[in-house]
Design a protein around this ligand. Structure first.
Ligand code: ADP
Length: 315
């Protein structure tokens, strides 16, 4: 946690990942869709930029095309005060796309067209200068989805650079967000997640994702033990509306959460919690205060449809 003088300095944070074009079927129609943009790390970047405001510089690092959808993404992110100078726009390429449909029981199903997305080539080939730029940020944030979409070369380069940052005492936060379909098989998901967990100074998983990745059943304390054995340092473990389990600076603490009366849509719950927690820590909050900030924001997000709520609803 920065000291008082340090915390007065605007913090620079880079979120790394993929944002896609979303077509969400309009409820009650057969073939009418609303078009938005969606991506886990982008959700966190938007909330971080809003929460930190003048106290932070938030960058998003990805690769897009030069098509109208890609251009619209950059315009939208810039209007959220996200710095897009490290967004590479590649001529002739298109961003990933997905369609989402919600059935009458509220269950969502997805169809993806993302295998050709330029974001998959992040940190491949001649990428030394981008890797070097990562060193300049106070905090790097990425997720298990970021890791899953990268090539083996990209994953190796990214984690190698993060190991350097960690040795230099710099912050990196990792949320092992899990999408089974993005990994070749269960072993691949477990292997790369274990590597990321071992090299990032802060991990922000949810119990549900850990179950999916490692195929094991533990309670919160059991998962903290498992993560610690894998080499995790600071851990903030989410579990939906139940306790948040933490181990920060070697100290174990669990936090009960205020309940939310009317949960409408949990999309973006973990992403917004992470933004609240990271913003809190960047501004000098204790772990308890930062968990409060994370939950305060996530509570609002799950009472609105979609991952991104209007700025006014955050107040
Ligand atoms: P993820 O979205 O990564 O799976 P979780 O579902 O564990 O993460 O939720 C992240 C955070 O969102 C929780 O720590 C909590 O603050 C809030 N949250 C999620 N679901 C609920 C719920 N049903 N009631 C209250 N808070 C919730």
């Amino acid at each position: 946690m920065p000291d008082a003088q340090e915390s007065a300095r605007p913090r620079s944070i880079a979120c790394i990942g993929e944002c896609m074009v979303e077509f969400a079927k309009t409820p009650g129609t057969s073939n009418s869709y609303e078009q938005r943009f969606g991506g886990d790390t982008l959700n966190t970047a938007i909330y971080l930029a809003r929460l930190l405001a003048k106290n932070g510089h938030v960058h998003y690092i990805t690769r897009l095309g030069r098509d109208p959808f890609s251009n619209a993404m950059v315009t939208a992110w810039t209007s959220e005060n996200i710095n897009c100078s490290l967004v590479e726009q590649v001529a002739g390429r298109l961003p990933g796309l997905y369609m989402v449909e919600t059935d009458r029981h509220g269950e969502r199903s997805f169809l993806y067209w993302r295998s050709g997305a330029p974001a998959r080539e992040l940190f491949r080939g001649k990428c030394e200068s981008l890797l070097e730029r990562l060193n300049g940020f106070d905090t790097i944030y990425f997720s298990g989805i970021t890791l899953a979409i990268l090539s083996e070369e990209g994953r190796t380069n990214l984690l190698g650079q993060i190991e350097h940052r960690t040795t230099d005492g710099k912050a990196t936060a990792y949320d092992p967000n899990f999408r089974r379909a993005l990994w070749k098989d269960a072993d691949e998901a477990a292997l790369w997640n274990a590597r990321a967990i071992a090299c990032c100074p802060l991990v922000l998983p949810s119990i549900e994702d850990l179950r999916g990745i490692f195929g094991e059943q533990h309670d919160g304390t059991g998962w903290i033990g498992k993560l610690t054995a894998l080499g995790a340092k600071d851990i903030v473990l989410k579990n939906g509306g139940s306790n948040v389990f933490t181990r920060v600076g070697g100290q174990r603490k669990d936090f009960a959460l205020d309940s939310v009366a009317r949960v409408l849509d949990t999309t973006g719950a973990g992403d917004s919690f992470n933004a609240g927690f990271l913003a809190g820590r960047a501004l000098g909050s204790t772990v308890e205060q930062a968990v409060d900030r994370g939950h305060a924001l996530a509570s609002k997000v799950i009472q609105h449809p979609g991952a991104i709520i209007p700025v006014n609803s955050m107040r």
